[in-house]
Design a protein. Structure first.
Length: 195
């Protein structure tokens, strides 16, 4: 198998962190891609930087994607993806926008693009249970993610996983099998899923 990476797309509370943790347990080569972040809020899982640094990377063409959310700016840089792949790692990227998943796919490696989904009530329960102080903002993002999916209903996915119906270990196993098997993304009917 040539080099590969995993894109986990889903709303808040869909299990991106939990499924990633299972991937890391399953195969040590999996590695979290830590996005660049400039702004307030959670720092775990990010490489903290400044808006100026992100802008410099954008001007030099070194960004695959950037977005703003929760009063912060986030970016995915080519250099870090390249570094992980060159070290024999399998980068795992967390995404919340279809446009971002598409942008990352432009990087030349085999990407397994996974839609992790859960109902709004599951997001509410998970966010509340983990102590998020901005549950209302996260539920707003759940709505935005749902609309993003409906606006891009023809978007191809390698896998679609309902994380409220399978364990994180089962999800990780399915993702690893899809990666090892070179599963290509295909259009799947997600309207009924998120409708």
């Amino acid at each position: 198998m040539t080099s590969s990476g995993v894109i986990l797309y889903g709303p808040p509370g869909s299990g991106k962190d939990t499924v990633s943790a299972e991937l890391f347990r399953l195969r040590p080569a999996f590695a979290l891609f830590r996005r660049l972040k400039a702004g307030p809020g959670r720092s775990t899982g990010y490489r903290l930087t400044t808006p100026e640094h992100i802008e410099d990377l954008a001007r030099s063409g070194d960004l695959l994607y950037r977005n703003a959310r929760y009063d912060a700016e986030y970016a995915i840089d080519r250099g870090e993806v390249s570094t992980l792949l060159a070290a024999g790692r399998i980068p795992v990227l967390h995404m919340g926008q279809v446009a971002g998943a598409r942008a990352v796919e432009a990087f030349p490696t085999h990407w397994v693009k996974v839609l992790l989904w859960c109902p709004e009530e599951t997001t509410r329960a998970r966010c509340t249970g983990r102590g998020d102080k901005d549950v209302d903002a996260r539920l707003k993002v759940w709505d935005e993610t749902r609309q993003d999916l409906l606006d891009h209903a023809d978007e191809p996915w390698s896998l679609v996983i309902r994380t409220d119906q399978v364990t994180a270990a089962q999800a990780a196993q399915s993702i690893d099998e899809a990666r090892a098997g070179g599963v290509a993304a295909q259009v799947r009917d997600i309207r009924g899923l998120v409708g």
